[in-house]
Design a protein. Structure first.
Length: 444
């Protein structure tokens, strides 16, 4: 069975700027705008909150640098799924991909769409009943863009990434030059029973950094991927870390910590209208809306590539259909449609945020295994010339491993029922894998 050749191949047309825009675009969605209060609540002070964002960024950066070394050796479509398969075998590769395409990816898309629907309803002062229809329309429109050649989705990623810098720059600018609060000395531990839990604060920031690995799903569509993938991943994470730190500083300079706590996810919209007036607040809200649309575009562009790669390797039912590439656009259109269909079902019938939270645990389990894989690859191929080597090895991957273990342990302690539930999703993949193995074993 030859899995490496298709009658139609993916179009290798994405350069560094496209890949970098996808990294930034898939990380910066709603997290930096809606998690400021949550991080502050858990940290107990603005100083600790800033340190939590820094710690989360450093953990993410070490993870990105570790994956960059692996990606430079395996620049293939599928990302984490492909790495797990090559390091640990087909079963582990399948399970990591299965979890991403059935639950995690669609749930992330659905949760972004749902939040987008809430923002648009509030922005246009529409009845709440329009929230779900607007979320569905948004998914359909962004999916339609990704049925075209990948250069359109990549161009959209660049445009939305530039646009999302508007609210980012505005928040930073106002905080730096007009803010009157002390960004490093506000405490309010008396108003929140869990304040001072620095570890939980770091966990909240890690969720806001999630998505950095998704560009690796486009390995076969990036020019010179051995070089460009590591560059895009590392530079993208560094830029996002700087942005997150500056945005947090701007917010803490502009509003008292007690008020941020009181307003919760509404803190930044309130700040925008207070600082920039009704019109300025609307413009800032548009920037945040565009930021979420851009993040959703990055996820709709990348997650179906995992499904395509698994179908190409005959590891999914309906493999012929799911691995179909349009001759004109070289786009896996059936995989795109399947992914967004699952997302639409989640929007209609489930709490997508809850589903994505459940899958965070299993995602980080596979992250840990992949980071350990960096050591295994070096041991197996000691003389191999790597296109990219992780700086400060082995310290860097060790930090990445410890950071991921921290997430795993935190999830077990805080939501053991959810952890067990997420295991069920993974276990369901076993019969699917062995069915496909038996079904396709005699096919070429």
């Amino acid at each position: 069975m030859n899995n490496e050749k298709d009658e139609v191949t993916l179009n290798r047309s994405l350069g560094l700027w496209s890949a970098l825009a996808l990294v930034i675009g898939t990380i910066i969605g709603s997290g930096v705008f809606v998690r400021q209060a949550a991080v502050l609540d858990d940290a107990g002070s603005t100083t600790n909150a800033m340190l939590a964002w820094l710690a989360g960024g450093i953990i993410t950066l070490t993870a990105g640098l570790t994956i960059a070394e692996i990606a430079s050796q395996m620049p293939k479509t599928g990302g984490l799924y492909y790495y797990m398969e090559k390091i640990y075998g087909k079963v582990w590769g399948f399970l990591s991909g299965w979890m991403q395409i059935i639950i995690y990816g669609p749930a992330m898309i659905a949760s972004l769409a749902a939040y987008l629907g809430i923002l648009l309803v509030d922005f246009f002062d529409m009845p709440q009943k329009w929230t779900v229809p607007i979320a569905l329309i948004a998914v359909v429109l962004v999916a339609g863009l990704n049925l075209l050649s990948n250069r359109y989705g990549a161009t959209f990623a660049i445009v939305t990434t530039i646009c999302k810098l508007v609210p980012v720059i505005a928040l930073i600018w106002f905080g730096l030059f007009y803010g009157k609060e002390d960004a490093f000395a506000q405490t309010f531990s008396s108003v929140h029973q869990s304040a001072g839990n620095f570890g939980v604060a770091i966990l909240a920031t890690l969720f806001a950094f999630d998505g950095w690995i998704l560009v690796a799903n486009l390995g076969d569509e990036i020019k010179n991927p051995e070089k460009r993938l590591p560059q895009a991943i590392t530079l993208g994470i560094v830029l996002v870390l700087g942005i997150y730190m500056l945005v947090s500083f701007g917010v803490f300079r502009s509003m008292p910590a007690t008020q941020i706590h009181k307003l919760g996810i509404g803190a930044i919209p309130y700040m925008a209208e207070k600082d920039f007036g009704a019109i300025g607040g609307k413009i800032l809200s548009i920037g945040i809306i565009i930021s979420i649309v851009g993040c959703m575009n990055g996820k709709i562009m990348t997650f179906p590539r995992i499904m395509y790669a698994m179908a190409r390797d005959h590891e999914l039912p309906f493999a012929k259909q799911l691995s179909y590439l349009n001759r004109n656009t070289q786009t896996p259109i059936i995989s795109v449609l399947t992914t967004v269909s699952i997302s639409a079902i989640m929007i209609l019938f489930f709490n997508a945020d809850r589903l994505s939270e459940l899958c965070i645990f299993t995602v980080y389990c596979f992250y840990v295994m992949t980071f350990v894989g960096a050591f295994l690859l070096r041991k197996r191929n000691p003389d191999l010339k790597r296109p990219f080597s992780t700086p400060l090895f082995p310290f860097t991957p060790i930090v990445a491993i410890l950071g991921s273990l921290f997430v795993i342990v935190s999830e077990i302690q805080s939501d053991i029922v959810g952890v067990l539930f997420s295991f069920v999703f993974v276990l369901v993949g076993f019969p699917v894998y062995y069915y496909c193995k038996h079904h396709y074993r005699n096919q070429v």
